[in-house]
Write a protein that binds this ligand. Sequence first.
Ligand SMILES: [Zn+2]
Ligand SMILES: [Zn+2]
Length: 859
Amino acid sequence: MAFPSAQTNSTTPIATTRVVVRLRGTVQGVGFRPFVHRLAIRLGARGEVRNVGDGVLVELEGEPGVIEQFLAALSREAPRAARIESMEVHAEQPQGVKGFRIAGSRTHDEAMPGNGKVLAFARVAAVPPDLATCSDCWREFHNPADRRYRYPFLNCTQCGPRFTIVIGVPYDRALTTMRRFTMCVACQREYDDPTHRRFHAEPNACADCGPQVAWSVVRRADTDMREPALPVVHATDARNENALRAALTVLRAGGIVAAKGIGGYHLLCDARNADAVARLRLRKDRPHKPLAVLVDTLSTLRTFADVRASAVVSLESPAHPIVLVPTSKGAAQPLAHNVAPGLDSVGVMLPAFPLHALLAADGPLVCTSGNLSDEPIAWRDVDALRRLAVLADGFLTHNREIVLPCDDSVVSIGDDGHEQPVRRSRGYAPYPIPVAASLPASIRASASVLAVGAELKSTAAWLAADQVTLSSHIGDVGSPETLEALTLATGQLEAMHHGRADVIACDLHPEYHSSRWAAERARQSGATLVRVQHHHAHLAALMAEHGLPGSTPILACTFDGTGWGTDGTVWGGEMLLGDCTGFTRVASLTPFPLAGGDAAVRQPLRGALGLLHRHGHDVSDNAIAPMLHHTELTSEARRLMIQQLERGIACVETSSMGRFLDACAVLCGGPAKVSYEGQAAILLEVLARQYPGTRMRAGYNIDVHEGPASSVNRDGVHAPRWLMNPAPMLQALLWDMQAEVSASRSLNRTQDAWADAIAPIAWHVHDAVARVVVDIALRVRRDHGTNHIGLTGGVFQNQLLSTLTARALETDGFEVLQHRRVPCNDGGLALGQALIAAHATQKMSPTSSTSRLTHHLAR
Ligand SMILES: [Zn+2]
Ligand SMILES: [Zn+2]
């Protein structure tokens, strides 16, 4: 943010200065004008404030000292939901204006002093995200004397729904789903009063005039099992407090309630009732994946979790995301064991929506997205009743319509106390991400780019001018429902930007649904299609969020589950040296075969056998069975996998770091079969964290070998310069495990003692990966002088690995870049795709084809 100082004009009488201040960013719909009004009155400045197309314009007169104070206070005291991205100050001749007023918006563009123009209507309209209830509103909510006492839809300019109720722009009540509710006299008075905090609070409402809650019961023959016949949803007369009582009765009895929130439906149950949680898991077909928990207050949260100050900042931020916090050992009132089975942390959130506070008043509730696995969250009432009736015992709905789905956001807190996004959605979308530094001016002026992400955890992105707007979380693109959510999200981005994209960016993978969707959309609209390599997009996303110039290379360590490589193989353990215009594949994990390809995601044993087989180890039952601590796969199934490996049938070669860590987890006694991606590797991380982390024995080594002769082979595809070969580590790990297995037999160890014994092995796996990253980074610095090392890709959600790697790199003087604004997983990919596509179209001649373009990027 730039703060040019106000220039004083020497011909002006010294007593008065006039400045015109232009503010851009998210400054509309967040109570900015009333804030400026209050500030001007307080300081005794004169003039006016009004909304303009891309921000707010303030005309200000007063003594120079007053103007200075005003400018300083603007960013310091701005409303919590405002984001000032830029501030321009121009000096003018004073006009002797009296008083200060909030002026109406103009209908014509205006010339600015200096050069430039203020647009009457936005080219880039800033719709704020949905904001959690603010402290002023909570005070009213809890005050029996207030007219909004316990009213779940109260809001003001500092809080309430925004993004999810917007039908069109500009952001105005008439273009939100609140238009069906006519404000009562009292609400209208607040809305019209420039000094009131509800001045132009578009969703303003009270119990007399606003939305209401209703209750429906689900009738089924047997609530313990999912029914073959569809259950019947039966609307009742219960409204508001009666509806709430009905829902609480069901929750207390261990039932499941589908409750409509801000961005969609949640499924709720008592988080301390293991039977209720088990029932929810059975119905949702989600045996192990951790469930989020809603708590009414921080003090409830502290009965079962350790909450650091940095976590509190995130929990109480206007976004109110789900925050991953460590569970307390020996907690007074622990959660049910099956809320986050096998893990040492849990995702928790405070109520962002007052109805959630009323529901959680009894105790912590499991609060998970209302969907069947992999579908998008249900958000439309009719659709929710159809899809969720098999899951819930009752529906707590309301009549404020949701325009598009917006899941809860998820963040973790890094070792350094920084927030790291895991899922960027409600409360963050659609705050734009400024990318001016990563784009030359010539590109900024021209293209608008739509990027559609990859296949999992998708978000869409829109690049226009000098910012990228990311959609809410769309989910795993595969079902017709998610493709519809993608269409809706891109439609919303188009509406916000009044246009269609000139360029559409998608993943290089030809079979992804999102790639097909993008190709079809480009064909229909005549837009240019750009296919972007997966890990290159991760690299560019990291550069953009750190404001690095798009053409200064960084070394990006991109570790994830899977991504289509330029050579047509599956990549995932890559170190790329590059920028937004291209990359070199500096290093890669030595590939290993996965029998059955993608089946290895749910059966990490396949990866473990492939790894052993590739490095010449015995894979017979005699050799490995003792280490498979709790194998769920029969020896017959194992025999078939080994046959596949030996004959090379249906095997996919991969350099995936995600699959590699899964495989290591199996060799450390982890599950052979899992129910969600990365589960085995996550359990390995939990195990490793039990070890204090002082290196007691010689570390494991991943060797670095020279790769194939040329980094770009004859066909123009990328072969890595170096291979990271885990053979020495694998050998040492096997010896250590065999030693612990026989020690356990002779000592008759308990489960806990066994975990203590193998925790150092798990820790050293992480340490070895961290150290090989440093090894490669040192070689690259020696050859190219590169000192910026990025850590990106879903594997870096692993906090232990992130911390070990970052610390080791920093010890050697590297500047480490980690994600702060978008997730390191594929949820942040669209940002990078958009930037790469913008750079690529700049380079393209009008006649060049997309296939040539892809080739060109592989340098
Ligand atoms: Zn409020
Ligand atoms: Zn009212």
